[in-house]
Design a protein around this ligand. Structure first.
Ligand SMILES: NC(=O)c1ccc[n+]([C@@H]2O[C@H](COP(=O)([O-])OP(=O)(O)OC[C@H]3O[C@@H](n4cnc5c(N)ncnc54)[C@H](OP(=O)(O)O)[C@@H]3O)[C@@H](O)[C@H]2O)c1
Length: 326
């Protein structure tokens, strides 16, 4: 039986319901995708709670990332055929499903040497990593970088990419277990933020010189203190809010802390054209195929256990990437 995870109210993981699903035939500019692996992302938790800037309109499906095989193609679709292996990121409101209708402009063809599970684990998180270290900030040897939640989905990929580029990587995590994964992903220095203050640790590690850039996907609990870790004219990148929204900030803070730059990027804005999306995917696939980045899929759940996956992710019990299998 085909099924999808849907919600008719915002709230905790229990609002996620398993429902029978039959999306029907694709519209003229759609394909029907038989999904083989689905990515779980923190943005899904935020959307489920109903506080996302990308609000779902209820009742709704949930999830934005998956891989699969095309099983039907609309009459106006060009460039994709039945049987093609593809993946997508950033198509919210319905990825948690065994079969889904998707517009072809979101789809990326999968090379033979990228598995469906890898693709589901990395399309959204890995493209976000590409966006952070290659677009928002062009990381290179000599840069010293601070990344929060270094053992998370995005964090574990960002660390490996930065290491490959020759940067010095400082990562924060909340436990010793997570510290192990962060180190194995290329962190030169790991700060267990539940045991010590990350600002003073960064000052010690850098001998007071601070870092060139902070990648902060944690938000409320870290962002203002992240600014204290950045050297004059460095960059603060707020890319998520796992601990909650940061709220209004006085831009004068950027002057007071050393003429800092700050940005709040979204993957959507950095992959808004087809050529940007394919360029990012090519770059990511190349890193994975060359063995420079491995996608650490460390939690796998059945699709019908999506609520369990959400409980683990929001309780900070996950490391690396999480996928659902239909
Ligand atoms: N801007 C974009 O386009 C974009 C795209 C994708 C993802 N994101 C953002 O990137 C961030 C990472 O996403 P992800 O899917 O890879 O998640 P993740 O990093 O695997 O999970 C979130 C991590 O945040 C940390 N955290 C700190 N405070 C937390 C709290 N109060 N509750 C829950 N977690 C907390 C935890 O790591 P520790 O326990 O080690 O602290 C947790 O494991 C999220 O903020 C997400 O929204 C943004």
């Amino acid at each position: 039986m085909d099924c999808a995870i849907r919600l008719s109210e915002f709230g905790g993981p229990d609002v996620l319901r398993v429902e029978r699903s039959d999306p029907g035939d694709p519209g003229s500019n759609e394909v029907r995708l038989r999904q083989t692996a689905i990515g779980v992302n923190f943005i899904d938790v935020v959307q489920r709670r109903g506080v996302s800037p990308i609000a779902l309109s209820l009742p709704s499906g949930i999830g934005g990332e998956a891989a699969g095989i095309i099983e039907a193609v609309g009459t106006a679709v060009r460039g994709f055929n039945v049987g093609d292996r593809v993946a997508y990121a950033n198509v919210y409101g319905g990825a948690y499903a065994s079969v889904r209708l998707v517009k072809p402009d979101a789809l990326v063809p999968l090379p033979d040497d990228i598995s469906d599970r890898q693709a589901a684990g990395m399309m959204l998180k890995g493209l976000t990593a590409w966006c952070l270290v290659r677009q928002v900030f062009d990381a290179k040897a000599g840069d010293v970088v601070l990344i929060h939640a270094a053992a998370g989905g995005v964090g574990s990929i960002v660390c490996q990419w930065l290491k490959h580029l020759g940067a010095t990587v400082i990562g924060t995590v909340s436990s010793d277990e997570k510290a192990g994964l962060a180190r194995s992903c290329g962190c030169d220095h790991v700060i267990v933020c539940t045991e010590s203050d990350f600002v003073s640790q960064v000052m010690d590690i850098t001998a007071g010189k601070k870092v060139s850039v902070v990648f902060d996907g944690v938000g409320r609990e870290t962002f203002v203190r992240s600014l204290d870790c950045i050297r004059p004219r460095g960059l603060a990148v707020l890319f998520g809010q796992a601990s909650g929204p940061v709220g209004p900030i006085d831009l004068g803070l950027l002057a007071a802390k050393g003429s800092l730059f700050a940005t709040r990027p979204t993957l959507t804005a950095y992959t808004s054209t087809r050529s940007d999306l394919l360029n990012g995917a090519r770059s990511l696939f190349k890193m994975v195929k060359n063995g420079c980045i491995r996608i650490p899929i460390l939690q796998t759940y059945h699709l019908t256990d999506a609520a369990k996956a959400h409980r683990a992710l929001e309780a900070r019990r996950t490391v690396g990437c999480t996928i659902l299998l239909p």
